[in-house]
Design a protein around this ligand. Sequence first.
Ligand code: GUN
Ligand code: FE
Length: 437
Amino acid sequence: TLLRGRTLSFLRWPESVDDHAAYAYEEDGAILVANGKIVASGPYAQVAARAGSSARVIDHRPHLLMPGFIDAHVHVPQMQIIASYGAELLDWLNTYTFPEESTFENAQHGRRISRLFLDEMIRHGTTTVAAYCSVHKQSAEAFFAEAYDRDMLVIAGKVMMDRNALEAVHDTPQSSYDDTKALIAAWHGKGRGLYAITPRFAITSTPEQMEMAQALAREHPDLHVQTHLSENHAEIAFTQQLYPWAKDYTHVYEHYGLMGSKTLLGHCIHLSEREADVLSDTGSVAVFCPTSNLFLGSGLFDYQRFRRREKPLRISTATDVGGGTNYSMLRTMDEAYKVIALQGEKLNPFQSFWQITRGNAEALSVVDRVGTLEAGTDADIVVLDSASTPSMRLRSERIKTLAEELFLMQTLGDDRTVKEVYVAGKPAKSDLVVSNS
Ligand code: GUN
Ligand code: FE
């Protein structure tokens, strides 16, 4: 299949809007797709010649084709508590989150929500997620099964949590180890699924469970580890109380051998210089969740400080639904822009779109598979319409450059901006059966 349209993909971080060598843009471009992979991309004439006259052409002109968006941190069992009023992190967890996650004991419920979750991701143009399931093994089984059926590249794990939550969402050090082992054996590398060892955060694990997470990470050094770090002041103080020997919050994860280039650390808002150095030295990834950080009043992630410091951090961006308030990576980057602006800095539109495609793929160590339009990678593609609403159409009339068009989509766009999504080369958004069941 030959997808025709304007094509945009990134080759590296764009230093400025004039850094044209950082991206590949074709006004009349095409992507040749076969067997779920990108065979070639570039100018239409060139790619069409390669495809031959028998190739089926899907003409998306004048829309923009880009790699599918990547969400680096999101909670599947929080779909029904998004938009829960009036709490900071620890109260929000106790009041809304833990009771809600307890309902995932029911495997049918887990399967239904996983289905609706991936539907919603697709509708918003997100083709890869790093996801937290509930404490229940069956919630992760349901999620991986659903992703497998759709041939989606997902990174996910059941949360390990054995204290400081509801009894109903506690596991034990041994059961968390056993369940994680069984899930790795069943789902890691099955289809496009990748398992992430997922201790929820330091507060909800005993030292015994942290040791189990350490054992798992040591036994599976190729796997991702995902957790939360330094989101909120009360959380940091409680962590310090639970681990009195620790130099700081990051030291807890360091101590249990959980830092590394496949480690994804949600939030990282209140890091000291020492902690930021540890993230940098270990190649661990700081995950910026702007809508969540604003909604829960957690603080402002210092993107530009982290990027520019002598020891820079690897950064990804994410929705953190249901602490986050929108499934869209466009809406997420709009809020990211504002969080960065509040700190007197800027993130230009090329940098934003780099971040939610190639940047997040690099941060998740999957850039050899997704996040670009390079030949040999998986054909996960979004089709974007920058005039998808009346207000966008009107604003479009004044637009002269690609940078302005991207910034318009980021600032006013949402699921309506996403006209089509291809997952492993197959139309996925137009294929959705719209239902609430
Ligand atoms: N810290 C521990 N668990 C969570 C969670 O579910 N959401 C957020 N935002 N922070 C957390
Ligand atoms: Fe989170």
